[in-house]
Design a protein around this ligand. Structure first.
Ligand SMILES: Cc1cc2nc3c(=O)[nH]c(=O)nc-3n(C[C@H](O)[C@H](O)[C@H](O)COP(=O)(O)O)c2cc1C
Length: 248
């Protein structure tokens, strides 16, 4: 399938149809089923590809960006602990500096928003308490009632630190955020390129993360594909579902 067709967001149906669509959407929202249909979802997943060449002149509109930022915030994490920081870079000079420490890939400079996914390096009792404070502030109730949950989380974090896999656990949470972000972007007709081809240490230096609680793991460039990015025309290469999905 070609992937250069216009994304969902740019469709503009005639007025009456648009009114009916909006009414239908409100009905679905009211019933809690404001969903994409399977064909629309698959169309966007096929449309998405790892963009090699962004159009530097096209920027993500603020209202779209706000929704994408929320896709980061709303990412689920184990226990709900959110061991991360997302650094959104739009400053042209900083974006340009990141090219040299991204295996000279041009995406950080040419995209609209470059997102760095940074992991919390340590998880202390104070971090768990801050999370519990936020539960109480959001849902009410008392912190005392959450003592069992607190013990479970501090026990988990202590064991993970002692056995040396706390950071790896945090990294796993970050990759959920990366996937959530890319899929959300695709649904909104925004292009992305996930990027592991970076030097995390150099990113930390440029972004002033050295000596902080956070460290760079992975990045994702977001924006709009250049009209002449040949990768947009390539068919997806995937093993067949019959091979990689097993039904029991
Ligand atoms: C975690 C991760 C890191 C990646 N790093 C890079 C990268 O540094 N540069 C790049 O051009 N593509 C990168 N890719 C893109 C993959 O090569 C691409 O997703 C894969 O070949 C499948 O192609 P598609 O995304 O176009 O369907 C990365 C993908 C993932 C998931």
């Amino acid at each position: 399938m070609l992937r250069s067709s216009a994304p969902v967001a740019s469709d503009s149906p005639p007025v009456l149809q648009r009114i009916l669509l909006v009414a239908l959407r409100h009905l679905r929202v009211a019933r809690g089923v404001n969903t994409l249909n399977p064909d629309a979802l698959l169309a966007q997943l096929h449309w998405r590809y790892a963009v090699k060449k962004f159009d530097p002149a096209r920027k993500i509109a603020p209202e779209l960006w706000a929704a994408l930022e929320q896709s980061l915030v709303l990412t689920p994490s184990s226990f709900g602990l959110q061991p991360w920081k997302f650094i959104v870079i739009t400053d042209a000079a900083v974006k340009q500096k990141l090219v040299a420490v991204s295996w000279n890939q041009p995406q950080p400079a040419e995209c609209s928003h470059h997102v760095v996914f940074a992991v919390r390096k340590a998880l202390g009792e104070n971090d768990v308490d801050r999370f519990l404070d936020s539960i109480v502030a959001t849902r009410g109730g008392s912190k005392d009632a959450l003592k069992g949950y607190r013990d479970m989380m501090t026990g988990f974090a202590g064991k993970a630190a002692e056995q040396g896999w706390l950071r790896e656990w945090g990294v796993r949470q970050l990759y959920i955020a990366l996937g959530n972000f890319m899929t959300s972007a695709a649904v909104l007709g925004v292009d992305t390129c996930p990027m592991e081809g970076i030097s995390p240490e150099e990113y930390d230096r440029i972004l002033g993360l050295e000596g902080t609680e956070f460290a760079t793991v992975v990045a994702c460039a977001a924006g709009y594909r250049a009209a002449d990015d040949k990768h947009a025309q390539l068919a997806k290469v995937r093993f067949p579902a019959t091979e990689i999905v097993r039904h029991v």
